[in-house]
Design a protein around this ligand. Structure first.
Ligand SMILES: *[C@@H]1O[C@H](CO)[C@@H](O)[C@H](O)[C@H]1NC(C)=O
Ligand SMILES: *[C@@H]1O[C@H](CO)[C@@H](O)[C@H](O)[C@H]1NC(C)=O
Ligand SMILES: *[C@@H]1O[C@H](CO)[C@@H](O)[C@H](O)[C@H]1NC(C)=O
Ligand SMILES: *[C@@H]1O[C@H](CO)[C@@H](O)[C@H](O)[C@H]1NC(C)=O
Ligand SMILES: *[C@@H]1O[C@H](CO)[C@@H](O)[C@H](O)[C@H]1NC(C)=O
Ligand SMILES: *[C@@H]1O[C@H](CO)[C@@H](O)[C@H](O)[C@H]1NC(C)=O
Ligand SMILES: *[C@@H]1O[C@H](CO)[C@@H](O)[C@H](O)[C@H]1NC(C)=O
Ligand SMILES: *[C@@H]1O[C@H](CO)[C@@H](O)[C@H](O)[C@H]1NC(C)=O
Ligand SMILES: *[C@@H]1O[C@H](CO)[C@@H](O)[C@H](O)[C@H]1NC(C)=O
Ligand SMILES: *[C@@H]1O[C@H](CO)[C@@H](O)[C@H](O)[C@H]1NC(C)=O
Ligand SMILES: *[C@@H]1O[C@H](CO)[C@@H](O)[C@H](O)[C@H]1NC(C)=O
Ligand SMILES: *[C@@H]1O[C@H](CO)[C@@H](O)[C@H](O)[C@H]1NC(C)=O
Length: 833
């Protein structure tokens, strides 16, 4: 009995607690407020939602507190937070932001206003087009303290600040990337926000920074970011008159000029002063050394002069210092950086360094991960302890253009990025550890074989992606050890003295994007196995002694194929037609014979689809947050003047071979061609009427062949033609008159005895009526002799020189990354591909 009642008693307790729990547990699931729910649904109405982020936002899903991005107060059930920012997704090689999954359409703020308790709103990185903020929102939610609309780059947001200036609780405001050009009194409007603590207006196309305003009444501002705008004026007084709570001042990447103020601003709490890439001048004032909290100082890329103030040595909290690319003079002494010990990033341009030793305080920096010292005029000496110091901690090393005269044979590099170009480095190529991803040693005096570099086997997998040892004195063969370097994307060994064949192991570079072996003494046949480099886009084997037939040793993704000045022979194989992506084909100055194959029309990359079609860049995947990109330029050589040519360029250069027969009509289907050079061959036949289909053509060179017949009238349709050379053929008859074909000089036509009419002085029989014929004929002969000669001297120089530039530039996805990355990689490397 006792046991049973005891038992019953326990059952009751158990059931009771179960019931209690049920009540409590359900009460934990906060139910959303109906009014808020209908507000959210109204807000959703104008939005296009390609990836279905808002798919749960519907009447059926009753509890709006569980909708994606919605947060409610856990007691009242009112919506307090809305976070619908779109994650950053990069397309391809991380080059462009892919916004196809992001929200777009209309942003109806008047609705959101009805969320009376909303305090946090993040809609950043979406792709909204328009924004509504008018409406009868009398009870407007005035609780918003965080508002982030940044990176809605296409948002038409006129008058947005007028609306925002009513949000009196706002602490954080980020409108970066939104075009605020029309907000002419932006500063007044944001100063109406009494609680504003962090203001981010990066890249908003603002133009007026109110340079003469003495004072802006921010009371609580900690972060002021106005970088990447269009301010063209003096440094504004009000910035240096901000309250002492200011911690970050970011004004980089504008066009601000003038000098820094001479007296110390109330910057007691300043941690970041970033003014890089402006036009500031004068001295770096001593007060900078009194900013005790300063962690980050970037004054690079301005026109500051004078010496580096010794007061900077007092900045004991400094972790980031960049003073490069100014006109700073004077001595960098031990005094300069006496108290610095926490440096993480150091970038200096020591144009006037007076000693050839690095100041010893560098070795006292125990957290240095980025060291860049460039452009010193005195040959820097680097003792062994320097390399040890670097390999122990420095991840990014840039010592380019310092006349460093060091034997590199026994150096082991261990930094992730090593840039040592434009020095006097001697000895063999240094060894790299598996940690190195980018190695640039171009323009030095490194010599000997690269086999000790290439064939050095390590236990771990090598991570080297990018190697440039161009313009050195390397000799011997290219060793057959490429299988150890499977990460390579870019190899540049241009302008060395390398001999022998391309080794088979190169076929193991399955990620390779660009290979440049231009201007060496390499020979033999190109191995078929090269085709395994399926991602190869640029191949430059020009100026070597390669021989054999041109075969299908490149994959279909090749866009630039440069084989000029070798000894390739045989017919142009039809395999070339399979290169659907090809845009630059340079086979000039070889021993090719036979006809141009009619399958050339399969080279669809040469067919233009529209006027402003695809850009031509090859992007190499990112190393950290930096992308490397080739911008390919052609050089246009007209009468000896080099002009850079930067549009997308489609070029075929088959000049200086023994090619023959008539031109296949399919050639004239490559309607995107900008330059066609068939000179110095043995082509026969007429220029077909179809030539007019090459509507983009800017340079046409058919000189020194056996072409005959009349110059077709249809050629006058080539309205972009800037360079025309039909000389030294057997053309006959009258140059079509009344067309732009007469705009060229007689140089374009001479050496065709049967050709007549202007611009030639020879009069066509049907036009023979003019009196001074004899006189003119004499002039003609005179001209002919001297001009023909100079024409031949210029020879290949006329028209597009197919040596195209590939400028490797560091591309930053967006301004944010750029701010965090180091400026030095920014002015990177160019080279000829
Ligand atoms: C409710 O939210 C407050 C803070 O907003 C938090 O401290 C508390 O733990 C929450 N309570 C529950 C039951 O989740
Ligand atoms: C705003 O959003 C962007 C992208 O989501 C983010 O990078 C940025 O830090 C945010 N701004 C603030 C002030 O939090
Ligand atoms: C404004 O708020 C008050 C009290 O919260 C409420 O009585 C009134 O109906 C609201 N007005 C509107 C237009 O929402
Ligand atoms: C700002 O608030 C005032 C009064 O509180 C109101 O009259 C005005 O319309 C509001 N401005 C905007 C743009 O909402
Ligand atoms: C700043 O001054 C403007 C008038 O110039 C005023 O409207 C605003 O309320 C002031 N802001 C603060 C935070 O005091
Ligand atoms: C700073 O602002 C005050 C007004 O508050 C003004 O009197 C003073 O001249 C300003 N200082 C500078 C350096 O512009
Ligand atoms: C560095 O700080 C010390 C003490 O704070 C001071 O005496 C000295 O003048 C400062 N040096 C410079 C160059 O400002
Ligand atoms: C190398 O440094 C010198 C100054 O020492 C400068 O004039 C020159 O432009 C620099 N060259 C490059 C390629 O940056
Ligand atoms: C590569 O770097 C890591 C730390 O980043 C280090 O532990 C490792 O020893 C380095 N490898 C070599 C071969 O030095
Ligand atoms: C080259 O082409 C010509 C003409 O099509 C042909 O007669 C000849 O056999 C070809 N030569 C080779 C080696 O393929
Ligand atoms: C060219 O393309 C056509 C049709 O796409 C195909 O039949 C032909 O085999 C191709 N020719 C060559 C040489 O690749
Ligand atoms: C053309 O481009 C190259 C490489 O960027 C540069 O060195 C040269 O100065 C440029 N020439 C002209 C005329 O702009």
């Amino acid at each position: 009995m006792a046991t049973s009642s005891f038992f019953q008693y326990h059952i009751q307790i158990f059931l009771l607690s179960l019931l209690l729990c049920k009540i409590m547990c359900t009460s934990k699931i906060i139910q959303c407020d109906d009014k808020d729910k209908s507000t959210l649904l109204k807000f959703k109405y104008g939005i296009t939602d390609p990836s279905g982020v808002l798919s749960l936002w519907s009447i059926k899903e009753t509890n709006c507190c569980q909708w994606k991005g919605v947060h409610c107060d856990n007691i009242t059930g009112r919506v307090t937070k809305l976070n619908l920012h779109c994650p950053e997704i990069y397309s391809d090689y991380g080059h462009n932001l892919d916004k196809s999954q992001c929200l777009t359409g209309e942003l109806d703020m008047s609705c959101l206003f009805d969320l009376e308790f909303l305090s946090y709103l993040d809609l950043s990185n979406n792709d909204f087009n328009t924004i509504q903020y008018h409406g009868q929102c009398k009870n407007s939610s005035n609780n918003i303290y965080y508002l982030n609309l940044s990176d809605n780059d296409n948002l038409q947001a006129d008058n947005i600040l007028h609306w925002i200036s009513n949000l009196s609780f706002l602490h954080y405001l980020d409108l970066s990337g939104i075009n605020l050009q029309k907000e002419t009194n932006w500063l007044q409007l944001v100063t109406m926000l009494p609680s504003l603590s962090e203001l981010y207006l990066e890249d908003c196309r603002l133009q007026n920074i109110y340079p003469s305003l003495q004072y802006a009444n921010f009371t609580a501002l900690k972060v002021l970011d106005l970088s990447y705008n269009e301010f063209v004026s003096e440094l504004p007084s009000w910035v240096f008159n901000l309250s002492s709570s200011i911690s970050i001042v970011e004004l980089s990447n504008n066009f601000i000029h003038g000098q820094l103020p001479q007296t110390l601003p109330h910057f007691q709490s300043l941690e970041t002063l970033s003014l890089y890439n402006n036009d500031l001048n004068g001295l770096i004032p001593n007060w900078v050394g009194q900013l005790e909290q300063l962690k980050r100082l970037d004054l690079s890329d301005n026109s500051f002069s004078g010496s580096i103030s010794t007061s900077l040595g007092n900045l004991s909290s400094l972790t980031y210092l960049n003073l490069a690319f100014n006109g700073l003079t004077g001595i960098v002494s031990e005094q300069n950086f006496l108290s610095l010990s926490k440096l993480n990033h150091l970038v200096l341009e020591l144009t006037y360094l007076t000693s050839n030793k690095l100041p010893s305080w560098i070795y006292t920096q125990n957290s240095l991960t980025l060291l860049a010292i460039v452009n010193s005029r005195i040959p820097l000496e680097l003792p062994n302890k320097f390399w040890k110091f670097v390999s122990d901690q420095v991840e990014y090393l840039d010592l380019s253009n310092n006349s460093i005269n060091v034997d590199m044979s026994n150096v082991l590099l261990n930094s992730k990025v090593v840039v040592l170009g434009e020095n006097n480095l001697r000895g063999g190529v240094p060894q790299v550890s598996p940690n190195v991803t980018l190695l640039r040693l171009a323009n030095n005096f490194l010599s000997g074989s690269i086999s000790s570099f290439l064939c050095h086997k390590t236990k771990e997998k090598n991570n080297l992606k990018y190697v440039d040892i161009s313009h050195n004195l390397l000799s011997g063969e290219i060793s057959d050890c490429w299988m150890y370097w499977r990460s390579l994307l870019y190899v540049n060994l241009e302008s060395n003295n390398l001999v022998g064949k391309i080794p088979h192991s190169m076929s193991s570079l399955s990620n390779l994007i660009a290979l440049n072996l231009y201007n060496n003494m390499l020979s033999g046949e190109v191995p078929l196995s090269l085709k395994n480099c399926k991602k190869l886009r640029l191949l430059n084997l020009g100026e070597n002694e390669f021989s054999g037939a041109i075969s299908n040793w490149v994959g279909e993704s090749v866009i630039g194929l440069k084989l000029r000045s070798n000894q390739f022979s045989g017919n142009i194989s039809t395999t070339i037609c399979q290169l659907h992506s090809l845009k630059i084909l340079d086979l000039s100055n070889n021993r090719l014979s036979g006809p141009i194959p009619s399958c050339v029309r399969n080279m669809t990359g040469m067919i233009s689809k529209n006027e402003s079609f695809d850009s031509f860049d090859v992007t190499i995947p990112t190393i950290d947050h930096v992308n490397f990109e080739f911008n390919i330029n052609l050089m246009l050589l007209i009468k000896g003047i080099k002009l850079n040519y930067t549009h997308s360029i489609l070029v075929i250069d088959l000049s200086c071979n023994n090619l023959s027969e008539t031109l296949p009509s399919e050639l004239f289907m490559l309607t995107g061609l900008k330059s066609l050079n068939l000179s110095h061959n043995q082509f026969v036949g007429k220029i077909p009427q179809d030539i007019s289909k090459l509507i983009q053509l800017e340079s046409l060179d058919l000189s020194s062949n056996l072409f005959s017949g009349q110059i077709p009238e249809s050629m006058s349709a080539l309205s972009f033609l800037e360079v025309l050379n039909l000389s030294c053929n057997n053309f006959e008859g009258k140059i079509p008159s009344g067309t732009q074909l007469q705009g060229f000089t007689n140089l374009s036509y001479m050496g065709n005895p049967k050709l007549c009419g202007p611009p030639l002085t020879k009069i066509c029989p049907q036009d023979e009526k003019l009196p001074n014929e004899k006189q003119m004929k004499e002039d003609d002969d005179d001209n002919d002799n001297s001009q023909v000669r100079s024409w031949f001297y210029m020879g290949l120089g006329i028209g597009f020189a197919t040596s195209f530039w590939a400028v490797l530039i560091a591309v930053f996805f967006n301004r944010r990354f750029r701010n965090f990355y180091f400026k030095c990689l920014d002015r990177l490397y160019d080279m000829v591909i």
